[in-house]
Design a protein around this ligand. Structure first.
Ligand code: GAR
Length: 217
């Protein structure tokens, strides 16, 4: 059994989608801990309801990022993690933290990277007038939102979309690609060469690209 630690800051819907896939597909893995930096994160209650162990490493007032990340890393290490998943974890990580978990640290980002790294991706996509938007699962490297890409999901931007409508469409796609990419990591099918990710023995359709329903073969 591989150990997964999930870091959240809020609602935790990606954490839930991974936990449900792990259980329903009988992954050779378990979620060893869900850790939030915010005690009031709604995802904590959702994790508890799923029977997952939860912890809080409160970041309020912790201005020394090195010290905070060292405490967080110790908490994570206590679970001997094979994978550490950022799932709506909204703090920028220190290089020491990223180094410590290099190669087993994944993030989901709500845009088609390298477009719109950082915050407010849906608002910025609407302002930019793009016709296609989406989400990206990537390995985390020291540079923000720019590690090797495992999977991307594209969604259309529809006339009349506001941020809520667009973010809901993207979130649904996130829930499809994050569990898929995590499973690839659990099964050790991911090969990284520089910035490029290759999947070992890809099955039909296992391209790492998820298209809108209407575009799928
Ligand atoms: C998701 O849309 C995720 O992509 C985004 O936060 C949301 C968390 O939702 N992550 C980032 O913006 C990271 N920079 P969730 O708590 O329901 O999973």
């Amino acid at each position: 059994m591989k150990n997964i630690v999930v870091l959240i800051s809020g609602r935790g819907s990606n954490m839930i989608s991974i936990a449900q896939a792990c259980l329903s597909q009988c992954w050779p893995a378990r979620i060893a801990a869900v850790i939030s930096n915010r005690p009031q994160a709604a995802g904590l209650a959702a994790a508890r309801a799923l029977g997952l162990p939860v912890e809080v490493e409160d970041s309020a007032g912790r201005t020394d990022r090195e010290a905070y990340d060292a405490d967080l890393a110790r908490r994570i290490d206590a679970h001997s993690p094979d994978l550490v998943l950022l799932a709506g974890y909204m703090r920028i990580l220190t290089p020491a933290f990223v180094d410590r978990f290099a190669g087993r640290l994944l993030n989901i980002h709500p845009s088609l990277l390298p477009s719109f790294p950082g915050l407010d991706t849906h608002r910025r996509a609407l302002e930019a007038g793009v016709k296609v938007h989406g989400a990206t699962v990537h390995l985390v490297t020291a540079e923000l939102d720019s590690g090797p890409i495992l999977a991307q999901a594209a969604v259309p931007v529809m006339p009349g979309d506001d941020e809520d409508a667009l973010s809901a469409r993207v979130l649904e796609a996130e829930h499809a690609i994050y569990p898929m990419a995590v499973r690839w990591m659990i099964d050790e099918r991911v090969e990284v060469r520089g910035r490029t990710v290759r999947l070992r023995d890809p099955g039909p359709g296992e391209t790492g690209l998820l298209l809108p329903r209407s575009e799928r073969a």
